[in-house]
Structure formats: structure tokens, C-alpha cells
Design a protein around this ligand. Structure first.
Ligand code: GDP
Ligand code: MG
Length: 698
């Protein structure tokens, strides 16, 4: 090099290069210098001028991949040494990546000689790029070719030479898709807010036609990181020079770092071989009108100075945040890896994973049933997981419904419930299901029905009278016990729909609880849905048992022999009689009431009297039976079979369930999807590389 490097902190630039080498550039925007421009704008020529190395130039085609060139000064070396390697594209698979990483080449000297084209051929092959026309392989690669050039005299400079963007395809070489690929690749480098863009534009064309200018404006509207380079001034038409001078003087397309004009060698001069680039440029600069350009805006030396200033400034400005960004990104990727959970390759890992889910599921179930809702935030987010509360609420509704709507005929005397209360109006109906049905439970739940109010008191006398007259035998003053069974069956007809509706609601609530909780604790949609589908049959069986038990209780209460040992039956009966007397007392007044009245009950006929006795016994028994039924349905069918009892379906999801699964089933449920495995591998790679990078900064 003709000039000593005057970089403020080569150690810092060195660190940045090392970060690139361990691929940190893949995750964090690192400060760097990129050379961008349209195809054949002179990018390679500018780099060649800057580095005084004959640059990798493919005369046939532009560069097909980004090349990172790193210059390092090493006083210990006596000659320049070049080390070439490949940084695999971020999206390459693990195998490809390690294959590419394995490759490297090193030699002493420059980039000239056949040796270099041999290396390039190897690189093309490694990257899987087409080497012949019409090949099916790709034309461009996102891998980065890395050239590290160390020597006693090198300047500390690191630069990325990217493929030139282009608008027209070359048949057999570049396709429409390639235009896009290259554009994206270049944009990727330009978007990096910590990059300095050396934007190369030929002076001999209309600047408006240069796409790169537009792109630079887009990604760097304030032109804070754009350095303009004008090439090919020797090809500018006579008379058009003023336009170029306007640019250099900042009168047009103003850039903060300005435009610098350079004159490179043309094709012929290059082929000729022994033309000195710098002398040629100097001579050119002495000619009018170029001689009017201030020295700091003309020539490769000025460009170099400007670059070093800008690159150092940029590194100093952006570097401190790089470190904190690495730390942050590392934290994020570690979190992401944690969210993925443990690896699930072997049956043991898979079983372990499921057992973990089981434990979480059982925890939530326990909290839900012991109303320990404060223990977990999910009870705030999902109210329907507060299982104990929603079940108890439904229990109460069931009891109230049966009390208000459950009997076919209104009793004559009713202390529990007043039919004239304003909350009820004629023709009112109620629904037996309160919870939206779930399609998958159709087979084990009852359909929605509408029930109307019990018919009022004239009807019950009429009904019981008919019943008695049509079934009496030779009894006198009493009645056949089967009459009670018959009337009870009729009176409790609506219990079936109410009880089946109630249990169907509880089944639905429990099912929703199980499914929702599983979804939450699985964390993985696929695990969750295969768990649900594998357990579905067993769940349905449990639900069916609960429904069957309701049918059993219905049968016992409605078809069995009326029976009770509960003294409330007798209490009720006494109460009925007492109420009749009270009514009589009110009607006649105390002074007019005789003992006969009391005993003879208002001079009723035998039949009337028997019907009244039947009524009172039915009412007394009905009340006891109804309360017993409600309790039994809630305690046995709901609680024992569904909620807290030994048969609750929540218990299906237990460690024993996991242990019973065959290895195939385990893999089916808990095995990881390829995409998750890939993501885990990528995150591990990222964490490894970022950690390596962070070490570099200490
Ligand atoms: P790249 O595709 O952007 O890398 O462009 P190159 O550096 O390969 O240059 C393309 C062609 O333009 C080559 O033949 C160069 O010799 C030629 N060239 C580059 N700069 C100049 C210049 O300043 N003057 C002249 N006359 N030709 C140049
Ligand atoms: Mg080039």
C-alpha cells in the first residue's frame, strides 16, 4: 500500500470481522462496507483500485454471490497471505452448511494467477452454482465467499462486493427470477442500518436510469451512509461533462458524504496489462474540465481517505449497540428454545414430555375443583375453567328448575312455591339445556327441550279424581298403593328432560374444561389434538356412564315403588292437614268452627275425601322424592361420575395413561414435527454462534 493506514481503532474493526466470521452478521446488523451498483458500473474496478489487487472478475458474467474481502495488517507476515472460505447462507440445511464450512483454501501472494480462477471454480461447485450454459443449477447463491487478505502492508478494510443488479435477462444465463434473487440479496445488504453503501454509478450514462440510486434513496433517505462514486468519466460525451460536474459539486443529488469521481482502466487497458492505473487517473485529472474538481473529490486516493474516515466513524458510532443487541438476541433465542421445550426424539423423552403435561393438567384440575383460582392466571383469562363454580351454579339452576317447573300439576297447597308470584306468567316456557352443545358430544348428551309451567290446581283434583275412579277396587276409605306410584310417575314426567338436560350441561362443561386445559398445557397444537383424539372414546364412555346413571335414577324414582324413610314425608303430610284446617278456620271464623267440622273436613263425600288424601300423600311424597332426586343426580351422576368422584374423566389423563402408550402412539402424540426439530436446530446454532460472538467482544 502506498499510504499507511490511519485507522483509529483497528482492534474494533478486527472484532467486527471476527463477528462476521462466526456468522453473527446473520442475526445482528453489523457495521460493514458494501459496494453496490448496477452490472458493469465499475464496482470491481473501484475495489481493484482501492486494494491494488487484481479483483475477481468474471468477464462473462457478473459476480454470482457476495464476496466479503477483509484486509488485515499483520506485521509478522513477510508476504501477503490469502485465506478463502465460505459462509453458508442462513437458510441452508445443517448438512450443507457444515459441508460449506469445511471448505477453505489458502495461498501466498495475491489474487492473480490461474490459481485464483481454479479456486473460484471450486467455490462455484461447492455452492452448487451452474458452471455451464443452460444448466439446471442456480445462477446466484446467498452464500458468502470470504477472502481474508493478511500482510505486513495491508490496510484495515473490510468490504462486501455484491452481485450487480440488472434489468435484462441473458438467455441461458440469467432468468427473470434471478433479477429478483439478486435484487433481494443486494437489498438485504443495503437495508442494514449499520452498513455504509459505496454506490457506484457510471458517469457516462443518464443517472436517472441507474436503479441503484433509487434503492439507495429508499434505504437511506437522509444519505447518511451513502458514498457516491462516479466511474468512467473518460467515456462521458463532449458537452455532457457539466452534468457530471454538477453531481460532484453537490448541486444535484446531494449526498452528505458527497460524490467522488474516479477513472478506472477500460477493458483494453486491462488486457494490455502494463498500464498503471493510478498514473492514468492522475493524468486524466489534469485535463479540463476535470481539473476543476477539488482534490478531495477526485481519484482513488481521495476515495480511500473518505472511506476510512467514514468506515471508522460508522464503526465507532454503531459498535457499542452491537454488543447489547447480541445480548438481547441471545436472550430472545434462549427463551424461544425454552418455549419449544425439551427434545422429543426417544420414547423416554416423549413420555417425559407427556408426563409433564399430565402434571400441569392435574394441577389446573385440582385448582379448578378446589376454587384456588388465584393460583393460576388462566382462571382470569378463561372463566369457563372455573369448573367448581360453574358446576355449582348449574346445580342450583337444576334444583330451582325442578322446583318451579318439574311437576306436571300444581298442588293445591304449596308452601315452597307461590304460583301467583309475578316472575311467572301464563304460557311461559323454559329450556332444559343452558349450555351450548358441542358437536362431538351429540351421542352422549340430550337434546334441548322446552318445558311449560305445571297446570294449575283445578286440574290436579280433576286428574286425581279420574285416576282414583278408574283404578279403585274394593277398598273403603283408603286406596291402592299402586295409585301413588302411577300418579308419581305422571307428576314427575318432566324430570326426565330436566335431569338429562342438566347432566348434558355438566358433561359439556367438563368436556370443555378438559379440552381447553389440554390445549393450554400442551402448548403445541398437534400434541393437543392428538391427545384429544386418542382420549375421545374413553371420554365419551365416561360421559355415557353419567348419562346412564341419570336414567337409572329416573327409573328408580319414577318407575320403582314409592318409598321413603325420611320423616319429612310425615312432616309434610301433617303440614298439609294443618294448612287445610287453617284455610277452613279462615273461611268459617274461629267462633263458628265445631269439632265436627274439624273431623269431618267440611262435610266431604267419601270419594272427595280419598282424593284429598291421595293429593296430600302425593304432594308429601313428591317433595321428598324431588329433593332426593335432585341431590342424587347432583351427587352421584354429576359429582361421582364427572366432577370430583373416582370416575371423573379428568382422571383419565394420568401417568398411567402415559405409561400404557405404545412407542408408536407416543411418537404419534409427542413426537416433534420436522418443522419444530428444524427450528430447534436453528435456534441452537444461533445461540452457539451468538455466544461465540459475545466471547469475541470480551
Ligand atoms: P462491475 O460489474 O460493476 O464489477 O464492473 P467492472 O469493474 O467489472 O467494470 C465493467 C467494465 O467497465 C470493465 O470492462 C471495466 O474495464 C470498465 N470500466 C470500469 N471503470 C471504468 C472507467 O473508469 N473507464 C472506462 N473506460 N472503463 C471502465
Ligand atoms: Mg464485479
Amino acid at each position: 500500500m502506498s499510504e499507511p493506514a490511519t485507522l483509529a481503532d483497528p482492534a474494533m474493526l478486527d472484532k467486527i470481522d471476527k463477528l462476521f466470521a462466526c456468522n453473527v452478521g446473520e442475526y445482528i446488523d453489523l457495521p460493514q462496507l458494501v459496494v453496490v451498483g448496477d452490472q458493469s458500473s465499475g464496482k470491481s474496478s473501484v475495489l481493484e483500485g482501492l486494494t491494488q489487487l487484481p479483483f475477481p472478475r468474471d468477464s462473462g458474467l457478473c459476480t454470482r454471490f457476495a464476496t466479503q474481502i477483509i484486509f488485515r495488517r499483520n506485521k509478522e507476515l513477510s508476504v501477503r497471505t490469502v485465506t478463502a472460505s465460505i459462509i453458508p447462507a442462513g437458510d441452508s440445511g445443517a448438512d450443507r452448511a457444515s459441508q460449506l464450512k469445511e471448505w477453505s483454501a489458502g495461498w501466498k501472494g495475491g489474487l492473480e494467477a490461474e490459481h485464483f480462477s481454479q479456486v473460484m471454480a471450486e467455490v462455484h461447485e461447492k455452492m452448487g452454482l451452474s458452471t455451464s450454459e443452460g444448466s439446471s443449477q442456480s445462477t446466484f447463491s446467498k452464500d458468502v465467499f470470504r477472502l481474508e487478505i493478511c500482510g505486513p502492508e495491508e490496510d484495515h478494510l473490510s468490504v462486501i462486493d455484491v452481485p450487480g443488479i440488472f434489468k435484462n435477462t441473458t438467455p441461458g444465463l440469467t432468468s427473470k427470477a434471478d433479477i429478483h434473487v439478486v435484487r433481494e440479496m443486494v437489498e438485504g445488504y443495503m437495508k442494514n442500518p449499520r452498513s455504509i453503501m459505496l454506490t457506484v454509478v457510471p458517469a457516462n450514462v443518464d443517472i436517472a436510469t441507474q436503479e441503484i440510486i433509487e434503492m439507495a434513496r429508499e434505504f437511506d433517505p437522509g444519505s447518511e451512509r451513502t458514498i457516491g462514486v462516479l466511474t468512467k468519466p473518460d467515456l462521458v460525451d463532449k458537452g455532457a461533462e457539466d452534468k457530471v460536474l454538477d453531481l460532484v459539486e453537490g448541486k444535484k443529488l446531494y449526498l452528505q458524504h458527497g460524490w467522488i469521481l474516479v477513472r478506472n482502466l477500460n477493458q483494453q487497458e486491462l488486457q494490455y496489462g502494463n498500464v498503471n492505473r493510478d498514473l492514468e487517473e492522475e493524468a486524466f485529472g489534469r485535463k479540463a474540465p476535470w481539473s476543476s474538481i477539488p482534490p478531495d473529490r477526485f481519484g482513488i486516493k481521495s476515495l480511500k481517505n473518505r472511506l476510512q474516515e467514514t468506515v471508522t466513524e460508522n464503526a465507532r458510532r454503531t459498535f457499542p449497540s452491537v454488543r447489547s443487541e447480541i445480548t438481547k438476541r441471545l436472550r430472545d433465542s434462549k427463551n424461544a428454545l425454552k418455549v419449544l421445550g425439551g427434545e422429543r426424539e426417544t420414547p423416554e423423552q416423549q413420555a417425559g414430555f407427556l408426563l409433564d403435561i399430565v402434571a400441569k393438567f392435574q394441577d389446573i384440575t385440582y385448582q379448578a375443583l378446589s376454587t384456588n383460582y388465584g393460583a393460576n392466571n388462566i382462571f382470569d383469562r378463561h372463566r369457563d375453567l372455573r369448573l367448581a363454580t360453574i358446576v355449582v351454579t348449574r346445580d342450583t339452576e337444576f334444583a330451582d328448575d325442578l322446583n318451579k317447573w318439574g311437576h306436571q300439576y300444581e298442588f293445591n297447597i304449596d308452601d315452597d312455591f307461590c304460583p301467583s308470584s309475578p316472575s311467572i306468567c301464563e304460557g311461559e316456557t323454559t329450556k332444559t339445556r343452558k349450555v351450548q352443545n358441542v358437536a362431538e358430544l351429540e351421542d352422549v348428551t340430550a337434546e334441548q327441550t322446552q318445558e311449560s309451567l305445571p297446570s294449575d290446581d283445578d286440574d290436579i283434583n280433576q286428574w286425581l279424581g279420574d285416576l282414583y275412579l278408574n283404578s279403585r277396587g274394593f277398598e273403603i276409605g283408603t286406596f291402592n298403593v299402586s295409585l301413588l306410584a302411577t300418579s308419581m310417575k305422571k307428576q314427575s314426567k318432566k324430570w326426565t328432560n330436566f335431569a338429562r338436560g342438566y347432566i348434558s350441561d355438566i358433561i359439556t362443561m367438563v368436556h370443555k374444561f378438559i379440552v381447553k386445559t389440554l390445549e393450554i398445557v400442551s402448548g403445541d397444537k398437534r400434541v393437543y389434538s392428538s391427545l384429544v383424539s386418542i382420549m375421545m372414546d374413553d371420554l365419551l364412555e365416561k360421559y355415557r356412564c353419567a348419562l346412564n346413571h341419570v336414567d337409572f335414577l329416573l327409573h328408580v324414582e319414577r318407575n320403582g315403588t314409592p318409598k321413603t324413610l325420611n320423616h319429612y314425608f310425615n312432616d309434610n303430610l301433617q303440614k298439609c292437614r294443618q294448612q287445610r284446617l287453617t284455610a277452613l278456620l279462615k273461611k268459617k271464623g274461629v267462633e263458628n268452627l265445631s269439632v265436627t267440622d274439624i273431623i269431618m273436613q267440611d262435610h266431604m263425600s267419601n270419594d272427595e275425601y280419598t282424593v284429598q288424601v291421595i293429593h296430600d300423600i302425593l304432594e308429601s311424597y313428591y317433595k321428598v322424592a324431588r329433593k332426593r332426586f335432585v341431590d342424587n343426580v347432583c351427587v352421584q351422576a354429576a359429582d361421582y361420575f364427572l366432577v370430583t368422584g373416582p370416575e371423573t374423566p379428568m382422571k383419565l389423563f394420568s401417568p398411567a395413561f402415559v405409561n400404557r402408550l405404545s412407542p408408536e402412539k407416543l411418537a404419534e402424540i409427542a413426537g416433534e414435527e420436522a418443522s419444530v426439530r428444524r427450528r430447534r436446530a436453528n435456534l441452537r446454532k444461533e445461540i452457539r454462534e451468538l455466544e461465540e460472538g459475545r466471547k469475541m467482544l470480551i
